[in-house]
Design a protein around this ligand. Structure first.
Ligand code: SF4
Length: 669
């Protein structure tokens, strides 16, 4: 029997980007373990990582291209026939309508630096339409960039030095298990853990303080906390004098948020807000970790700016154990693949990604006629599901590259089987820890599966486009993508992850910020110039929030949060996951359920003007009254299709999605 253990990395859209050790026996993946060489993930993986053994060899994994036949069914087709017909379709559309009549839609299902090779096809094709922004986190990224100049934070292991940890709209017990381990260690050594979340979660269960503000009122809460901190003289005057810009206007703004008004907006008690603000300011070093949920509404950027300023106000920036944690892009230092064809003269256009459904139908000059979709399941994951379906159904050709059949492949004319992370070597960055990692190849793809690199090359060959970008030795290609001065890092990466950023473990230890003023920007003229928002963060009621006219007809706020067992619509098809995951139910407070005549287990209709979805009722006294919740991530037919009711609005900065700004009513169908 042959047996190998290969160091690799999980490239899912997940905070952790775990180092993994994959054991292969006789050509079969038999075991996944955490890689102890990654200091942040320290030898552990989650249940999804463990499930790769099942996923890679799953009986429903696609191992042949599929083509939709005249009866509307997908049937196997040879690679040559599939690619010939796809190229013929693309060429015909390009000739008649130009390259922008084709959409290249790339999601975040699995990431790696080689995805840049798609340019080797689209550049000579003359361009392509794309989506910009992101469904997940861009308002928070932009708010952090405007405030601090860059997205980075302290090394994860410094969390253990914190004395106060404030988790703002964040549930790391489920979504960042490695961060959670560090938080629990800090708590065991005396740190206070506070959580702001309208729901009860595994994280709130372990917290010392749990407050449940109304969704979408975080900006007001942050400004109100700042008002209390300044009134009590607990702000760091020296830091503000030396390292902050625009403080006077900010102090004027927080004066508009006395505790009583803050309590009225957020639905929290005055005393609870004061206790939280004073505890946060008094216990140093204090670490504020923001999740993505609080920036999934249309005023997200301004709210995130308000929250992000609290660490600077209290002098918690640039010190171990303190800080602002949202995203750490220190590892985002990889270059594009070498030898890509020039992009001179290439046409481009794009639309905010949350608007996919309507853009598919409404873009003109030229109208979209074809879509190439990879690493994504937009029918399940995008808001306004009906519009996405209508948009895709109206195209002449939809090509989906995926490992499994999904809600989106149901609308595809061609489905091309995708490799797994184990089947091609690639470089992977992260967004929580600072490490670049080498995703070493562990297995050959199954017979019938080609890597995306091979697919793009085949398309180029058929079109007579240059193939230099593909003909480079794969190892040398990856080496060329490493940052300057790190040519020899590739060999070292076979043994361990590397922090190539040169930033050190403490973010902004030198108090030099990459903002226009070189300081923390409490007032940002760039925010006004780029996004048309007030230069000072504030709070305005949401168009679809609790103060809107819609709240009378739709009294409940729907949240669609993440869980530990899936990444969006991935993993739910695996037995090992379905055995352990929690059911997908409608969490509703018993009092909200009682006035609607709903009982435990009833199948409820969740609806608004955009559509309706159904889910079994779970009476949950832990959820804030007026808020209901369904886990996102449909991947099997009996999961609720919650994006039928979510909005395709766009955040005030960064072109994000507004999933959590969603008023609904709930009743029996
Ligand atoms: S899904 Fe996230 S936590 Fe799980 S193994 Fe992958 S990177 Fe680690």
């Amino acid at each position: 029997m042959s047996r190998r253990v290969v160091r690799t990395v999980c490239p899912r859209n997940c905070y952790c980007t775990c180092g993994m050790l994959a054991t292969v026996e006789d050509g079969r993946l038999v075991k996944i373990e955490g890689d102890p060489e990654n200091p942040a993930t320290a030898g552990e993986v989650c249940v999804k990582g463990l499930s790769y053994v099942e996923r890679v060899a799953h009986e429903t994994r696609l191992t042949s291209p599929l083509r939709r036949n005249g009866k509307g069914q997908l049937e196997p087709v040879s690679w040559d026939d599939a690619l010939d017909e796809i190229v013929a379709g693309l060429w015909s559309i390009r000739k008649e309508s130009g390259p922008l009549a084709v959409l290249h839609y790339e999601g975040s299902g699995s990431h790696g630096a080689l995805s840049g090779l798609s340019e080797a096809f689209w550049n000579p094709f003359g361009g392509v339409t794309r989506a910009h922004g992101d469904l997940c986190w861009p308002a928070g990224l932009e708010a952090t960039r405007l405030t601090y100049g860059a997205n980075r934070h302290n090394h994860p292991t410094l969390t253990r030095q914190s004395r106060f940890i404030l988790l703002w709209g964040h549930n790391p017990a489920e979504t960042n298990i490695h961060q959670w381990r560090q938080i629990l260690e800090a708590q065991a050594e005396g740190a206070t853990v506070a959580v702001l979340d309208p729901r009860c979660t595994d994280s709130t269960d372990a917290a010392d303080i749990h407050l449940q503000p109304r969704p979408g009122t975080d900006g007001a809460l942050a400004l109100g906390m700042a008002q209390i901190i300044v009134t009590e003289g607990l702000h760091d005057g020296d830091f503000l004098r030396d390292h902050a810009e625009g403080v006077d206007a900010y102090l004027d703004r927080i004066g508009e948020f006395p505790p009583e008004r803050t309590a009225e907006i957020t639905g929290l008690e005055v005393g609870a807000i004061k206790d939280l603000a004073l505890s946060y300011a008094r216990r140093q070093p204090a670490l504020l970790i923001a999740g993505f949920g609080l920036q999934r509404h249309s005023h997200a950027g301004q709210a995130m700016r308000a929250v992000a300023l609290l660490p600077a106000l209290t002098g918690n920036i640039g010190i171990p154990g303190g800080g602002w944690q949202y995203a750490n892009l220190n590892s985002h230092c990889l270059g594009p693949p070498p030898a890509l064809p020039a992009s001179d003269g290439v046409q481009s256009r794009s639309f905010p990604t949350s608007r996919l459904g309507r853009s598919l139908q409404e873009l003109s000059d030229p109208h979209l006629r074809a879509a190439w979709i990879e690493k994504a399941n937009p029918v399940s994951q995008h808001p306004r599901t009906k519009e996405v379906i209508r948009g895709l159904a109206g195209l002449e050709m939809v090509v989906v590259v995926d490992q499994f059949l999904t809600d989106t492949t149901r609308l595809a004319h061609f489905v091309l089987p995708a490799k797994t992370l184990f089947e091609e070597e690639d470089l992977v960055n992260a967004y929580w820890h600072p490490y670049v990692q080498l995703r070493q190849k562990v297995l050959d793809p199954p017979k019938g599966v080609r890597t995306e690199t091979e697919i793009w090359r085949e398309l180029c060959v058929r079109c007579g486009y240059p193939t230099e970008a593909f003909d480079i030795d794969p190892t040398e290609r990856l080496r060329a993508m490493l940052p300057e001065g790190h040519d020899d890092a590739l060999e070292a990466l076979r043994d361990r992850p590397l922090d190539l950023s040169g930033q050190g473990d403490v973010a902004w230890e030198d108090r030099v910020f990459e903002t226009p003023s070189g300081k923390v920007e409490f007032t940002s003229e760039a925010a006004t110039q780029l996004w048309g928002v007030d230069s000072v963060p504030g709070f305005d009621a949401l168009p679809e929030g609790h103060l809107s006219d819609l709240s009378e007809q739709y009294p409940l706020q729907l949240l669609t949060c993440k869980t530990r067992e899936r990444i969006h619509s991935q993993f739910g098809n695996l037995e090992g996951i379905r055995e352990v995951e929690r059911p997908r139910v409608l969490d509703i407070h018993p009092e909200d359920a009682a006035v609607r005549g709903l009982a435990e287990g009833d199948v409820a209709r969740i609806w608004n003007a955009r559509g309706s979805a159904e889910a079994p009722v779970h009476l949950n006294p832990g959820i804030r009254k007026g808020v209901v919740h369904v886990l996102e991530g449909r991947c099997v037919p009996d999961d609720p299709w919650v994006n039928l009711v979510t909005s395709d609005g766009v955040t005030d900065m960064g072109f994000g999605a507004v999933f959590y700004e969603c008023r609904v009513e709930v009743d029996l169908p």
